[in-house]
Design a protein around this ligand. Sequence first.
Ligand code: PRP
Length: 180
Amino acid sequence: MNDIEIFLDETAIKKRVKELGRKIDLAYADLNPVVVIVLKGSFVFASDLVRTLGTPLEIEFIRCRSYGSETTSSGVVEITMDLNMSIKSRHVLLVEDIVDTGLTARYLINHLLLKNPLSLKVCSFLHKPAKTVEDVKIDFCGFEAPDRFLIGYGLDFDEKYRELPFIGFLPPDDGEQKES
Ligand code: PRP
């Protein structure tokens, strides 16, 4: 792993996750939110995040994909596993690892709003403003990311690298395009 250039190391990640947790605790005290974790990418961030929270909550998963084995978004979002529980009249926090084009978050927000939650907010560990085409309000954002392909801490390239404890840049010899 020596050839992977690091964007955020474990210490920086841990510190920021804790800060986000504090903000989320304040926003959701006594509201018993449903935390909706977007698979697969956000499973690492979300599992760290929920363990910093003191407020009682419930956890749900939704799975979708917009990237195949490419480094750029296909632009077509597909839900491959929907929620099991009802979120009607519940406070919902959607947890993403990254908002890149924003297409996934926008699609999921629209999808979840149809289920009539009482409120819906978005937490994303990363936001890549240079790539964002859909205007999505990120209520809790970890870091702004540069316009380079990121891997690790749940983020993959062709299903690889999700397990890395840090966030790095895709090595130049991995993948044809490196612009996402
Ligand atoms: C990634 C990431 C976000 C989405 C962001 O998911 O986890 O959900 O892309 O990109 P966007 O803002 O351009 O839509 P991906 O579709 O790669 O699936 P994965 O989470 O299973 O890796």
